[in-house]
Design a protein around this ligand. Structure first.
Ligand SMILES: [Fe+2]
Ligand SMILES: [Fe+2]
Length: 192
């Protein structure tokens, strides 16, 4: 049985997800890599350090959290469920330990703000908060989604982004709120 180092596994998953993001079939555009996933990884690792969560689990889960919808848009509605299954398949191929696979799956499953699933572990809190922090940190990508992808009018787009930001804010753990508070307040001020 092959064994893989933590670096090999993370690098391979990073390549897998980045390649999926760059494909023309990715309905969200390449920005989901450059302006979302990269920031989810960054913030989840930052929070992991603060909350004493497992860095490896949160990094892998952050890379994979939106993967199912990126790979196949038909899965986007339930991407947390499909994503957890994808994570299991991918990690099993690396002979990743079952208990760690379970932790990654739980992070992917519970990351969505719109779906109320109890977050039990510090790793789950890190990934869900980092996902929301990335939205607050990268407001331009929300504006892009509102005006370009959804074709909204100026006022409707402002409202849509503002509501999305508020939902993201409410999803954050207190440590995450401290980090992005200034950006959040500035964004709401601009979008008034
Ligand atoms: Fe998601
Ligand atoms: Fe996400």
């Amino acid at each position: 049985m092959n064994t893989y180092s933590k670096e090999q596994i993370i690098n391979s998953i990073e390549t897998l997800v980045r390649d999926a993001c760059m494909r023309k079939t990715n309905a969200f555009g390449q920005g989901i890599w450059t302006h979302h996933i990269v920031f989810v990884v960054k913030y989840s690792k930052m929070l992991a350090q603060m909350l004493g969560a497992d860095q490896e689990i949160v990094e892998i889960a952050s890379l994979l959290h939106d993967y199912a919808g990126i790979k196949d848009f038909a899965c986007s509605e339930e991407h947390h469920i499909h994503g957890a299954q994808e994570a299991e398949t991918i990690l099993k191929a690396f002979n990743y330990p079952d208990d760690k696979i379970e932790k990654v799956k739980q992070c992917v499953l519970s990351h969505r703000g719109s779906v109320v699933i109890q977050k039990n572990s510090p790793e789950e809190i890190c990934v869900a908060s980092a996902d929301a922090m990335a939205h607050i940190d990268q407001i331009a990508s929300l504006l892009y989604a509102a005006f370009n992808e959804r074709g909204k009018s100026i006022e409707d787009g402002k409202t849509w982004v503002r509501e999305k930001l508020k939902r993201s804010w409410n999803k954050l753990c207190p440590e995450a709120q401290d980090i992005v508070k200034h950006k959040y307040e500035c964004a709401l001020e601009i979008l008034k």
